[in-house]
Design a protein around this ligand. Structure first.
Ligand SMILES: [Fe+2]
Length: 273
């Protein structure tokens, strides 16, 4: 469990004629078991000050690594934070690649213990489903993760490597409704083209941890050690789709952040008039 001190709150505002009444969301991504203050009290207090209409979780709140599982109460930071927020907020959670690995390949019991603790506290998982939140439809697109960290035959790895097809979002989430504001939680930002074709108005994403080290305003390293990843932080636009890429709240493997503060995202949606 990595103790951290500093995170930066980033505020994003979007106007849309599909929005009838102001909405305020907090978005958390890539905690990876990090702790800000005792029991994440600093993070909880910052979120409570915002008074959001709902808290949205974009995944990777834990680390799917054997070394992490050996830490006593490895899941405690994520469960404590998210379940505490669920006491006085509606919380929607979509898996990142780390939860997806735990759920699909590593250990079903581990996943059930983790997810059931959150569900019992009132958290709603929206993996590959949509929920109505007034005029906003909140959807979650779960990554199917590569399994290279686990002892699984190569043929199986090839078969399960994640390559989204053009109709995959339609198949999993249904056809996006044009008359509603489509807010999509999708951990991996690389597929902005697919998210846009599906009909997302706003995508909330993470995954690349801001590029770990910021050099000349560019993120140096992304997930899977990819150099100079295309999507690291801030807002990206493709056709009618905006995508926020959070720098995330934690880290792993490359356990540093240089010129790249951890991020708590606050998203305001406003009507046009
Ligand atoms: Fe991550």
């Amino acid at each position: 469990m990595k103790k951290r001190k500093l995170f930066k709150t980033e505020e994003y505002t979007f106007k849309s004629e599909k929005i009838a009444k102001r909405k305020l969301f907090v978005f958390l991504s890539d905690l990876h078991g990090a702790v800000y203050g005792h029991n994440n009290d600093a993070l909880k207090a910052a979120i409570r000050r915002v008074k959001p209409d709902a808290v949205l979780i974009g995944g990777d709140m834990v680390i799917a690594r054997d070394a992490f599982f050996r830490i006593p109460n490895w899941e405690k930071a994520a469960i404590d934070l998210v379940s505490d927020l669920a006491k006085d907020n509606k919380v929607y959670y979509c898996n990142g690649n780390h939860e997806s690995v735990i759920r699909k390949y590593r250990n079903q019991a581990v996943w059930l213990n983790f997810s059931e603790a959150l569900i019992d506290s009132g958290v709603e998982f929206i993996n590959n489903k949509s929920v109505e939140f007034d005029e906003v439809i909140i959807s979650g697109f779960e990554p199917l993760e590569e399994v290279k960290h686990f002892n699984i035959p190569r043929a199986y790895f090839k078969n399960t490597k994640y390559l989204p097809k053009m109709d995959e979002l339609d198949n999993r989430l249904g056809i996006a409704r044009n008359d509603r504001y489509n807010l999509l939680l999708a951990h991996k930002p690389e597929f902005i083209k697919e998210y846009s074709i599906w009909g997302a108005d706003l995508v909330l994403s993470g995954h690349n941890h801001g590029g770990v080290v910021k050099l000349f305003n560019k993120g140096l390293v992304g997930a899977s050690m990819k150099l100079f990843p295309e999507y690291t932080d801030g807002v990206y636009t493709r056709n009618n789709t905006k995508m926020i890429v959070s720098r995330g709240l934690g880290s792993h493997t490359l356990d540093i952040r240089i010129n790249n503060p951890a991020e708590l995202s606050v998203i305001e949606l406003l009507p046009v008039f």
